[in-house]
Design a protein around this ligand. Structure first.
Ligand code: WTA
Length: 637
């Protein structure tokens, strides 16, 4: 592998030291990246585990993303987004055009009665109108709640009830692998079920879809042409910009609330540090806006920095696995950011799909969402990056707002499989159960020891959960729930989740939610799911299911497997796929009735029991052994 030259490493380490020893001064300097209407009175104010940043600072996110570039004529005509979809339709919008569209939509929303602090649910595929919707909501000081367009109607309903959204912005349909995916029918269901919805803005895409039986709550829009100006609503730095739901270990998804000022300061700086984007960059972050990566690095960070981005509405390998590489060549992408799952999928195919395209425009590559295996890292480096593009492996979470651990571009030497060192201002460690720092190469819990501006504000409607989930395991430190090791040089390698969260194709899925979905099938009495390693998706779901007595005769019938899989799909949407189902007579449980998941996993992976006995609190070794044997026999039957 090619050696890079790192002349600035020592200088950088001094800079890092400054950033953590003089944290408030450091963040105060970084905050100047935004065009504030009024600067803050105080950098940080902490109250227990709740932290406020840039208190008294006034701004508006859509002004930050658009007006600042339009007012300075220099960037006005610069392209904000190049867009293409599976049908081959293309569109590009300049900063000024985007600004006009946002003003138009914001004016309409205002006319419908949307006010500062209202929650607006956005259910849209990845396209320009979706981004316009987010920014229009932000322009009014309202709060967006984007729901991934691959989620089911039940997922939308849960989120709309929890966030008390009164308006929805959606579109008729999207395209995926040559199929038309209807979105509107899910919203029809919502309007029927949840009477508090005042209005739904429906983008009519015209093609391939006929709108009929329209509920009067719908306002149909087929273009955002014309000129309308509406003043951006000024918000204080700590007022919320959005809520985004994410899976946790128990219960329904949690509404992660992000602030405006701290969040924008954080995402803009981290994108700059991670990818060193230039004025001529054409940035492609492949994430959907339904996830945090889309929020931070498709929308808010690139627009704040005035960068040109590319977005694609469609599947990566349709009509064939050269699609993405053809797009990189066509749009001359300079920085490319994707997930290990996508890379592992492409690795299955012959290299010809890549080699027939000229990828020489690429300068930097990035990875996110799950650990990147060293082999995948090297494959990415050699085949996509032509052995010259650094790979920026970024570790972070919905809750952290932006990158936390990643090699500062061009400065930190790279090590395959390691996210490397914490970013400026971020203090991390790897500790044992008691919070003591571990030695090099010992596996433990990742912790973050200092607050940073991108940290979420709270969990919507549940401050107690916020305290309990993230801050109770190690008092005063943020606990993200990941395992990690630190090498001799302090480089961090992430080793996956330490809790009941499964990462399927980089998507975060809570085991509890999947189990609840399985239980929606009326033939099922009990269910337990575990994530098991998968060569492409990182992890997949296997489910253990106990049928109700009256359906026990179906135990060996393959149809019941398909039926349960379908139930999960209906309840959660197509992202959640169960790989294997095992119908068993009973589930192994502790005395207090907790399912012994680690034991289930051990049986599936053919691991010896020795690895698990100590992990099952509450149960005696004898009980665990017994449960293990029983389950093994049941699977062998
Ligand atoms: C995992 C996605 C290893 C991790 C931005 C984390 C990673 C969870 C990486 C958050 C990475 C994310 N290496 N693991 N580079 N990036 N993760 O909220 O387990 O969807 O806790 O945010 O993804 O997932 P989320």
């Amino acid at each position: 592998m090619k050696e890079f030259y790192y002349p600035y490493l020592n200088k950088y380490l001094q800079f890092y030291q400054f950033s953590i020893e003089n944290s408030e001064d450091f963040w105060s300097i970084q905050a100047n990246i935004l065009p504030w209407f009024k600067k803050w009175d105080k950098v940080l104010e902490s109250n227990g585990n709740f932290h406020k940043w840039f208190i008294g600072g006034l701004l508006n996110a859509s002004y930050v993303c658009l007006d600042q570039h339009v007012i300075n004529n220099f960037n006005k005509d610069k392209i904000a987004y190049y867009y293409e979809n599976e049908l081959g339709e293309t569109k590009s919008v300049s900063y000024y055009q985007l600004y006009l569209m946002v003003n138009n939509l914001a004016t309409r929303l205002k006319d419908l009665g949307v006010n500062k602090g209202d929650v607006i649910l956005i259910y849209m595929p990845l396209n320009i109108e979706a981004i316009v919707s987010m920014l229009a909501v932000a322009r009014l000081g309202a709060i967006h709640n984007v729901v991934f367009s691959g989620f089911s109607k039940n997922s939308i309903l849960d989120r709309i009830i929890d966030s008390k959204a009164k308006y929805i912005i959606t579109t008729t349909h999207t395209y995926r692998k040559g199929k038309i995916i209807d979105l509107k029918s899910n919203i029809d269901f919502i309007i029927n079920e949840y009477k508090d919805i005042k209005n739904v803005i429906l983008f009519d895409r015209k093609k391939d879809y006929k709108i009929d039986n329209l509920d009067p709550k719908y306002i149909v829009i087929d273009n955002l042409d014309g000129y309308n100006y509406i003043d951006p609503v000024i918000v204080e730095s700590n007022e919320p910009l959005f809520v985004l739901y994410t899976s946790g270990t128990t219960g329904k998804p949690k509404g992660i609330v992000h602030s405006t000022g701290g969040y924008l300061v954080y995402v803009a700086n981290t994108l700059k540090w991670g990818f060193n984007l230039g004025y001529d960059s054409i940035w492609w972050c492949t994430a959907d806006i339904g996830w945090i990566t889309g929020h931070s690095y498709v929308v808010y960070a690139p627009l704040t920095l005035g960068v040109s981005s590319f977005i694609y509405e469609g599947a990566p390998d349709y009509p064939d696995p050269s699609k993405w590489w053809a797009l990189i060549e066509k749009y001359k992408i300079t920085e490319f950011y994707t997930s290990p799952t996508a890379l592992r999928m492409f690795m299955r195919y012959p290299l010809e799909y890549i080699k027939k395209h000229n990828l020489s425009s690429l300068r930097v590559l990035g990875s996110v969402g799950e650990p990147i295996n060293p082999e995948v890292w090297v494959w990415y480096f050699e085949n996509i990056g032509n052995s010259v593009c650094p790979i920026i492996d970024t570790w972070w979470q919905t809750e952290t707002g932006g990158f936390m651990i990643a090699p500062f571009m061009g400065i930190i030497p790279l090590k395959p499989g390691f996210a490397s060192l914490p970013f400026p201002g971020v203090v991390v460690d790897v500790v044992d159960e008691n919070g003591s720092s571990l030695n090099a190469n010992e596996k433990g819990f990742l912790v973050i020891k200092k607050p940073w501006p991108g940290l979420m504000k709270t969990i919507l409607n549940d401050e107690e959960k916020y305290n309990q989930i993230y801050w109770s395991k190690f008092k005063g430190w943020y606990c993200p729930g990941d395992y990690a090791i630190k090498d001799e040089n302090g480089y961090i390698q992430l080793l996956g989740r330490a809790d009941e969260v499964i990462k399927i194709a980089g998507h975060r899925i809570g085991t509890f939610e999947v189990e609840s979905a399985i239980l929606e099938n009326h033939k099922v009495a009990e269910a337990a799911v575990v994530g098991v390693p998968d060569e492409i998706k990182g992890e997949v779901i296997n489910a253990f299911v106990v049928l109700k007595q009256e359906f026990n005769h179906l135990k060996d019938n393959v149809n019941i497997h398909n039926e349960i899989k379908q139930t999960v799909r209906d309840v959660m949407g197509p992202v959640v796929i169960i790989d294997k189902i095992f119908i068993v007579d009973k589930l192994p449980k502790t005395r207090s009735g907790k399912i012994m998941r680690r034991l289930l996993k051990a049986v599936l992976l053919g691991k010896e029991l020795g690895d698990t006995t100590t992990l099952e609190d509450e149960a005696s070794i004898e009980e665990v052994k017994h449960a293990y044997q029983e389950l093994k026999q049941s699977l062998n039957k």
